[in-house]
Design a protein around this ligand. Structure first.
Ligand code: DX5
Ligand code: ZN
Length: 216
């Protein structure tokens, strides 16, 4: 089953409730991008926004941490209502396994994220442990970028390794430049959670864009 995770980074912050209700009604997951201005050259939003969304959300909250020292903040994001928390391999390196465990011990699904310039094999040692993998199809930091076509091969490689490990049930999430034009290719490569910011919130008809990506 393909799940659509609209990225709130592209939502209308003056009318956030309207976009929260759109996700409740038409999509599957809230994708929440947290940026610290250090791991990535941009700053987005933090706890107050996540907590506010949680009050109205009827779908799970997926917090994508683009921050240094994710281990310092995972507990607070779990308390804020996250059902899924992911952090970047590039921010954690050999601490990745410990941080995945920390997230799981909070009763939250733990995901490892990889940027486009990092060889996918680097995360293979953690695939027996992850609850999901997030493959960036643009460089983390900004919405509205163009999908990097080489991401397709990277999704295939991670899917093949997960399958080889007998972990067919572990979803691959893809993030960046996803829309109705490339969703089918990303799903065919082995992804099942599609993050979409601009292609949902800047669409003329957001519910139709979501349905198109879901393939129905
Ligand atoms: C980028 C973020 C994405 C972003 C996606 O760093 O992780 O979630 O909001 O936006 P679009 O879909 O516009 O590329
Ligand atoms: Zn994201």
């Amino acid at each position: 089953m393909v799940q659509i995770a609209p990225s709130i980074l592209a939502a209308d912050f003056l009318h956030l409730e309207k976009d929260v209700l759109l996700v409740n009604r038409h999509a599957d997951i809230f994708h929440l991008d947290v940026m610290d201005g250090t791991f990535v050259p941009n700053i987005s939003f933090g706890f107050p926004v996540v907590e506010a969304i949680e009050k109205k959300a009827e779908k799970p909250l997926d917090v994508h941490l683009m921050i240094v020292h994710p281990e310092k903040y995972v507990e607070r994001f779990a308390k804020a209502g996250a059902a899924m928390i992911s952090f970047h391999y590039e921010a954690a390196l050999e601490a990745s396994g410990t941080i995945l465990e920390q997230i799981q011990s909070l009763g939250v699904k733990a995901g490892l994220v990889i940027n486009p310039d990092c060889p996918v094999e680097k995360i293979f040692p953690y695939l027996p442990q992850v609850d999901f993998v997030l493959i960036m199809s643009v460089f983390a930091g900004f919405g509205g970028q163009k999908f990097i076509p080489e991401s397709i091969g990277r999704i295939r490689s991670v899917r093949a390794e997960l399958d080889r490990l007998g972990r067919q049930d572990v979803p691959i999430e893809v993030d960046g430049g996803i829309g109705p034009d490339n969703a089918a290719a990303v799903v065919a490569a082995g992804a099942s959670i599609l993050v979409a910011g601009s292609s949902v919130f800047r669409a003329q008809d957001p519910p139709a864009a979501i349905a198109a990506m879901r393939g129905c």
